[in-house]
Design a protein around this ligand. Structure first.
Ligand code: FES
Length: 261
């Protein structure tokens, strides 16, 4: 459905700052190539501490970061075969969080019936995704499509960041093309005009016409010297809980003065 592009005042719903995430979605939590076989990484997603690890056969697992014995952080333990071993007494949990070994008990002794919570986890687009909600819903839910990732015409530039803010503020910041003033020294984008606004089921899409000048135009290959004004369309899509934006016609390789080593 097309919406009006006239900017008008509207009520700010501050209550959105008080709600948590909907856990029944796939969330990106780490770069996949930064977790090697045998390594463990602690992550926190909406106040849930999770230990993710890659077993020795490269399979990914995610367990609540608290040992079911005495609550010690599992990410401080070690990977042994397919299992995560707690650093305190050496209890071994498999990728489902099930207790499979207590090293100081005699062989064949029955193990206590306890386990850590496990989370659905997968790897896609060099990103590790976690489903922190009801595991039975994970199969029918998917990470967002990023077809550009495997398209050689697109350049992948990972930009890690840590934002000390409610997620709604982060989303608003990335969707807000009117804050070019903040970056005027570096990026030089200005005069944004909302040219199209559409609402679909569970998503909102907007196209802006934005003018560029300065270092960003040089970086994107829009201008040789960075001193010309170039006007392009920026398309933004927000499909809860993921945000996607693309700029019309940027370069497909890094400029020679910014080659990555
Ligand atoms: S606290 Fe983890 S094995 Fe004891």
């Amino acid at each position: 459905m097309e919406l009006a592009t006239t900017l008008t005042s509207h009520t700010v719903w501050n209550a959105v700052r008080e709600v948590g995430i909907n856990p029944n979605y796939w969330y990106p939590v780490a770069w996949a190539n930064e977790l090697k076989p045998g390594e463990i990484m602690p992550i926190v997603i909406w106040q849930q501490a999770i230990a993710i690890y890659r077993d020795e056969e490269s399979n990914l697992h995610a367990l609540e970061d608290a040992c079911p014995h005495k609550g010690v952080a599992l990410h401080k333990g070690e990977v042994q075969g397919p299992n995560l071993v707690c650093p305190y007494h050496g209890w071994a949990l498999n990728g489902d969080g099930k207790l499979v070994d207590i090293p100081y008990l005699p062989p064949n002794q029955k193990l206590p019936c306890t386990q850590a919570r496990s989370y659905p986890i997968q790897e896609k687009y060099n990103i590790i995704w976690i489903f922190p909600g009801n595991p039975s819903l994970a199969e029918n839910c998917y990470p967002p499509d990023v077809p550009e990732f495997t398209n050689p015409d697109w350049l992948m530039v990972p930009i890690p960041g840590h934002f000390q803010a409610h997620f709604s503020i982060c989303n608003e910041n990335t969707m807000d093309v009117f804050h070019g003033f903040l970056h005027k020294e570096l990026q030089g984008w200005f005069d944004p005009v909302l040219i199209s606004l559409r609402q679909g089921e569970g998503e909102v899409c907007a196209d802006y016409q934005v003018s560029y000048r300065g270092l960003l135009t040089k970086f994107l290959g829009l201008s040789e010297q960075g001193n010309q004004v170039t006007t392009k369309t920026v398309s933004i899509q927000y499909r809860y809980p993921h945000y996607h934006s693309s700029l019309e016609g940027p370069r497909t390789s890094l400029p020679p003065w910014l080659e990555l080593s």
